[in-house]
Design a protein around this ligand. Structure first.
Ligand SMILES: Nc1ncnc2c1ncn2[C@@H]1O[C@H](COP(=O)(O)OP(=O)(O)OP(=O)(O)O)[C@@H](O)[C@H]1O
Ligand SMILES: [Mg+2]
Length: 260
């Protein structure tokens, strides 16, 4: 992270809660995010990570709590949140399969209001960042899973937002490309973008994250840096510090099991 001491607070989330009918998906989520910081949410399937990202990016309303961006209250102002927060959800959907990579990016660039004068240069840049320039004429239906995941990231980078949310960005991506994506994420943060990352790949989290929040059943079970989470878990190894994965499993066992 750049200049931690004088970093500006980009995002302030206070007591966000969300129920799906009677089910509490998120409960009193509170944190701040600085420019250039990478904050990672980890936790078992169903913990509420994607739900939180959807609320922050204006795809879903919260039931209570506040979201401030640059000190402005934008809680449940879905259009404003959408404009300031770029999101990469990944997965198999979200593109026109029979159109090319470039045509898809062009469509989403238009949708996000990118000016004609800068659009093609921006598309060229994002394709270069995710190393898809040589695939730009390929139909999306012909892309491999890793290429598709990189296209999702390219789409997320089209508008240069102060906040970037990445939901499992390297899911299904091979080891080399995962490493390259991590490097891209690091570079984006170094330029001052505030990043929230969710991942089940815990070595990726320990490699990238300045701070980690563990979600369990929609609640914040832990918040701190890598050293703090290792310490809080109580997991020790004789020959080396415990890894994030070991610490995570230790903490989850303390909390009563990942799925129980
Ligand atoms: N639209 C919905 N309606 C009802 N329940 C939902 C809805 N979306 C999510 N949920 C529930 O909310 C909980 C949190 O889901 P969410 O997708 O946020 O978890 P997650 O932490 O992202 O999990 P994963 O690691 O599997 O991606 C889950 O129990 C899920 O079944
Ligand atoms: Mg999820």
């Amino acid at each position: 992270m750049n200049g931690a001491s004088n970093a500006e607070t980009v995002l302030e989330v206070q007591d966000i809660s969300k129920n799906y009918d009677q089910f509490s998906a998120l409960s009193n989520i509170t944190f701040q995010l600085q420019a250039g910081e990478i904050l990672s949410f980890i936790g078992p399937n169903g913990a509420g990570k994607t739900t939180l990202l959807k609320i922050l990016s204006g795809f879903l309303t919260s039931d209570s709590g506040t979201i401030l961006i640059h000190e402005k209250d934008l809680t449940n102002q879905l259009n404003h949140l959408n404009a300031l927060v770029s999101t990469v959800f990944g997965g198999g959907t979200g593109f026109y399969k029979s159109a090319s990579v470039q045509e898809n990016l062009n469509f989403f660039a238009n949708l996000s209001g990118l000016k004609r004068a800068v659009k093609s240069e921006r598309i060229r840049q994002v394709l270069e960042v995710v190393q898809l320039s040589d695939q730009k004429s390929k139909r999306v239906s012909k892309l491999s899973m890793g290429m598709l995941q990189r296209l999702h990231i390219a789409r997320g980078l089209l508008k240069e937002s102060p906040i970037l949310l990445l939901d499992e960005p390297t899911n299904g991506v091979d080891a080399e490309m995962s490493r390259d994506i991590r490097e891209v994420v690091r570079q984006i943060a170094q330029k001052g973008t505030a990043i929230i990352l969710t991942s089940h790949i815990l070595h990726e989290v320990s490699d990238l994250a300045d701070r980690i929040i563990l979600l369990n059943h929609g609640e914040m079970a832990f918040s701190g840096d890598l050293e703090a989470i290792v310490e809080a878990s109580g997991v020790t190894r004789i020959d080396r510090p415990a890894t994030l994965e070991e610490s995570y499993l230790g903490l989850m066992a303390k909390l009563g099991g990942a799925h129980g």
